[in-house]
Design a protein around this ligand. Structure first.
Ligand SMILES: Cc1ncc(COP(=O)(O)O)c(C=O)c1O
Length: 329
């Protein structure tokens, strides 16, 4: 069973992180060199701007106060997924995993951050052209990194609603690729939820199964077993989701990957969201129904605490999740 150790209560924050001041002075990687973010500009005829033909990754960097080090979390895994998304989008000749990792780490390093950060590498179709397609287009890479706190309230638990918007199916717009244009689907879901007074949306697949949240995978607990939808239910194959499997397995907590019905959410004992942005966020209410006792459940609490200990570099067994970026001299 998962052991509960109280270590850290991360700060709560707004539902979406505001852009920090002084953004223009940050160093980013753009069209082959490191430049101030304020100088990284694209023409409005850029294909990716016209049609959303780009792919991206979101990577977190965690500052460890104890170790005075900024750690990148799952950098290699994100780079591998970025390259897979490129294949889906017919973006060829992308740099190797090692080269890309080097550029990404160097971008963050040049900003000498001593706080939590978000790093976004993105390949985008850079040809200036009218004409919707994927082939015969040039591409470019940018990497931005900026200070970043919590994305949603991860302490008290979030309230979610089932979105009336369905998830785009693999045969329409593959969720498995992190495709910029596809995020309009999530924007519909997130805005519907927030404008109706909720924190987040739970989304169903076209055939009515539980899919994920607007930008996070989800787990429910039923009778002590953690359940999460399979990769062929149109989810993004989350890096954090995989890490949760590892945490659960290491703690001997049972989990099962299978399709989940909407009504199972209503009778779940616990539920939590996971992802780079939301980290591990307990869910306490769905569609006017309390989940479990309406507070953070014991398995969720334990997963969350282990996760935050791991990402802050406090658990040697998960050191391989982390890549040191900067150290305070
Ligand atoms: C649609 C969607 N699902 C799930 C996730 C979680 O994926 P990961 O854990 O790789 O960040 C994300 C990104 O954070 C996402 O955008």
């Amino acid at each position: 069973m998962l052991t509960q150790k109280t270590t850290e209560t991360p700060q709560t924050g707004p539902h979406s992180a505001p852009a920090p001041a002084g953004l223009d002075d940050l160093t980013c990687y753009f069209e082959g060199s490191f430049v101030p973010l304020g100088d990284a500009k694209v023409n409005i005829m850029t294909h990716a701007f016209m049609y959303g033909t780009a792919t991206f990754e979101g990577i977190r960097g965690y500052w460890s106060e104890e170790r005075q080090t900024l750690f990148g979390l799952f950098v290699r895994e994100h780079v591998e997924r970025l390259r897979q998304s490129c294949r889906i989008l017919l973006i060829d000749d992308v740099p190797s995993v090692d080269e890309l990792t080097g550029i990404i780490l160097e971008t963050a390093r040049r900003n000498d951050f001593h706080e939590d950060v978000y790093i976004r590498p993105s390949f985008y179709k850079s040809t200036r052209a009218i004409g919707v397609r994927l082939h015969n287009l040039e591409h470019q890479l940018y990497v931005v990194s900026l200070p970043f706190g919590n994305y949603i309230d991860i302490d008290a638990g979030v309230r979610v609603m089932t979105s009336s918007w369905r998830r785009n199916a693999d045969e329409a717009l593959p969720a498995r690729g992190k495709i910029v244009g596809g995020y309009v689907n999530m924007a519909f879901q997130k805005s519907e939820a927030e404008l109706n007074g909720y924190d987040e949306a739970v989304v169903l697949t076209a055939d009515g199964h539980v899919n994920e949240a607007s930008a996070a995978n989800l787990f429910v607990v039923r009778d002590g077993v953690c359940l999460t939808p399979p990769v062929n239910d149109d989810i993004l194959e989350g890096v954090t989701r995989k890490a949760i499997f590892q945490l659960l397995a290491d703690e001997g907590a049972p989990y099962e990957v299978r399709s989940i019905d909407r009504s199972e959410l209503y009778i779940a004992d616990e539920m939590f969201l996971c992802g780079t942005g939301v980290q591990v966020s307990p869910v306490v209410e769905i569609d006017h129904r309390q989940i479990g006792a309406g507070s953070v459940g014991p398995i969720t609490r334990a997963v969350k605490e282990r996760y935050f200990d791991a990402v802050r570099g406090r658990l040697p067994q998960y050191e391989h999740w982390l890549t040191p970026i900067t150290r305070r001299a």
